[in-house]
Design a protein around this ligand. Structure first.
Ligand code: PEP
Ligand code: MG
Length: 325
């Protein structure tokens, strides 16, 4: 059975009635890119660049960042690589930034908020990412976007960096796709507005669950409440995917829900375009997808949307999973 499962790693992720999705991997370091490829990743859906920053005693230079990003792009060849700008703060600290102690770090000075405030840091990183984009299929993604203003400010800085690079005669991909993580409920709710302006969404369920359910993702005392199968979370995910499709855009997911075999039929029903997960989950998710039809997953979705509790959703999905596997 294990050998059978391994065979799915390098198969396309396609349902029995021909609906195909892209299965990518989450990575934190360039060395993980190679491992991701070996496990069947068709791209990198989330490159968490903060590890590059966390492993240093001072801010990594543009050259150092460029080298790391380029290394990932080189390994992935023509496959897409989504590089997320620095998502520091919350639980992730940077000793050399001397961030203030906060009462609620996950609601505080974090990710895009910090990067918009520390413009130099943002500009340096965007220069490095853009330079790497000359060597492959790079996409840029901003984390923790909670308002249209934040997105527009970030996009404006990117446009300014592009102009500088052009003036300097430095190569980059001028039509690079730029998207946002949807991991704050306000952004999931306003997805239709965002969809007019961004190239793509990637749903970060790890934080979206935390913020939607008011459950600290690190706190074991309340972890029993933390569940991406909560109907409120599913409703937000549906809103994001539907809004993107109505606007002719695509949606990915890079939170833990994308790698959950139980949730896979639901995500097929929703029409999720790109799935990014820990590389070890890829073959299993591809196998699950190969055993269903889009049609039956849409029916499953319809049933699930009538349910009111996480327990009911889980039971329904388990029942479906049992029949198929
Ligand atoms: C998420 O929030 O779902 C996510 C993918 O980002 P991170 O886990 O790095 O916060
Ligand atoms: Mg997150």
């Amino acid at each position: 059975a294990l050998r059978q499962l391994a065979a799915f790693a390098f198969q396309p992720a396609v349902t029995m009635d021909g609906f195909q999705v892209e299965i990518a991997a989450n990575i934190g370091t360039p060395t993980e890119a190679k491992l991701a490829l070996e496990q069947g990743a068709e791209g990198i859906g989330l490159y968490r660049t903060e590890f590059l920053f966390m492993n240093e005693t001072q801010m990594p230079s543009e050259e150092k960042q460029f080298a790391a990003y380029k290394q990932v792009v080189a390994v992935m060849g023509k496959r897409p690589v989504i590089i997320r700008t620095l998502d520091i703060g919350g639980d992730k600290e940077l000793p050399y930034l001397s961030l203030p102690k906060e009462m609620n770090p996950f609601l505080g000075y974090r990710a895009i908020r910090l990067c918009l405030d520390q413009r130099e840091l943002m500009v340096t990183q965007l220069r490095a990412i853009l330079r790497a984009s000359a060597f492959g299929q790079v996409k840029i993604m901003f984390p923790m976007i909670a308002s249209l203003e934040e997105w527009r400010q970030a996009k404006l800085i990117l446009e300014e960096v592009k102009i500088s690079l052009t003036k300097e005669g430095v190569d980059f991909d001028p039509s690079i796709e730029v998207g946002i993580m949807v991991e704050v409920p306000s952004t999931a709710i306003l997805a239709a507005q965002f969809a007019k302006e961004v190239d793509f969404f990637s749903i970060g369920t790890n934080d979206l669950v935390q913020y939607t359910l008011a459950v600290d993702r690190m706190n074991e005392k309340v972890s029993y409440l933390y569940d991406h199968l909560h109907p409120a979370v599913i409703s937000l995910v549906k809103n994001v995917i539907d809004a993107s499709h109505r606007a002719g855009k695509w949606t990915g997911m890079c939170g833990g829900m994308a790698g959950d075999p139980l949730a896979a039929p639901l995500l097929i029903g929703l029409g999720l375009d790109e799935w990014s997960m820990v590389a070890g989950s890829i073959k299993k998710v591809k196998q699950v997808i190969s055993r269903v039809t889009r049609q039956e997953c849409q029916e499953l979705l319809h049933d699930v949307m009538q349910l009111a509790t996480t327990d009911e959703v889980r039971k329904k999905l388990e029942q479906f999973h049992k029949i198929k596997n």
